[in-house]
Design a protein around this ligand. Sequence first.
Ligand SMILES: [Mn+2]
Length: 385
Amino acid sequence: MTPEDRFPGPELPDSGPHHPQDLDVLPYGSYYEPPEPPPGYGYDTTYSGYGGARFLEQHWPTHSHPDDVTVQMVHREPLPAPVHHEDRPTIELGPPLAPPPPEEVHFPYPQPTPGEAPGPLYVVGDVHGYLDELRAALHQQGLIDAEGHWSAGRARLWFLGDFTDRGPDGIGVIDLVMQLAAEAAAAGGYCRALMGNHELLFLGAAKYGDEPVQSTAGTASFLAAWRLNGGQQQDLDRLEPHHISWLSRLPAMALEDNHLLLHSDTTAYLEYGESIAEVNDAVHHLLADEGADEWWDCFRRFTKRFAFRGQAGPMAAHELLAAYGGQRVVHGHSPIPYLTGSTHAEEGVPPHIPGPYIYADELAIAMDGGVTMEGRLLVARLPLN
Ligand SMILES: [Mn+2]
């Protein structure tokens, strides 16, 4: 039995009260295929082999001295202890921003001077319309001020995609990210974003609506699939042409400081190109020139997940790193409680998300803290040790 077997099946939007759907579903159950193992590697059917997987625990102290802020590696039961745990390295987080008044918040990044080295690198997991949580998490890391403006100078910030759906204010999230992109660029840093499968789904719902698309498992439509996966009508109502053109041009992947940034934990990227530029060009071309069936196929591929989990996981991560470069894959898309199999620990108890989850023989970092399932919206500074 795999964790997939425990997922609830697809539900119709009007099927009455039900638990929030946290994992994407494709109509007709076509999502529920087990992930394909890389050629030549046995498929791990039990998912019991979480060798070396670990969390990085993020502490948010209530006092405000930056030197006291550390991140400690912790090992959650029942995860096996990693081989090298004698040293408990600590890494510096950004400044603690617990609730001091705005004028007392001090930001570590001076305004740019010419020739200065690049600023620190941050990544943000799936936001899914949770604008308040996003503001809080960015403020906590010193990336925005109390008014929601970029305050991190030359810092580099990457969003890993999935801005809308399930949460209350997806358009507000997109507006904030677009605003920060402009402000960060003016300050000498940058704020950039990857395209997630929910961007494809949202754009598809806006462009193709109820138009039937050819799914491998039958007929579907973007609008129905979007609604099935948490699409919020108020987001669609507020979607404007400048949002669409911004979303349509997001890259699918990027390489920063030896981290391969992806939205989805899948090797399906390899089906779109042999280099990062090829993959991004292919997706842009597809969105600009292709029809609903090709969009759907792309959405379906980038909705796959769990490629880096289990015994074949490290090989899948290595395959992507060998093709595109980098030493670690950093992804969103699959909420950490699903990766660790801890979603059903106790009914009614929010999942415990201490921080980013490092797994697949340390080749992968999961950043989706499951904000849609009362987890946490994670913002982390890279590298994680
Ligand atoms: Mn996703």
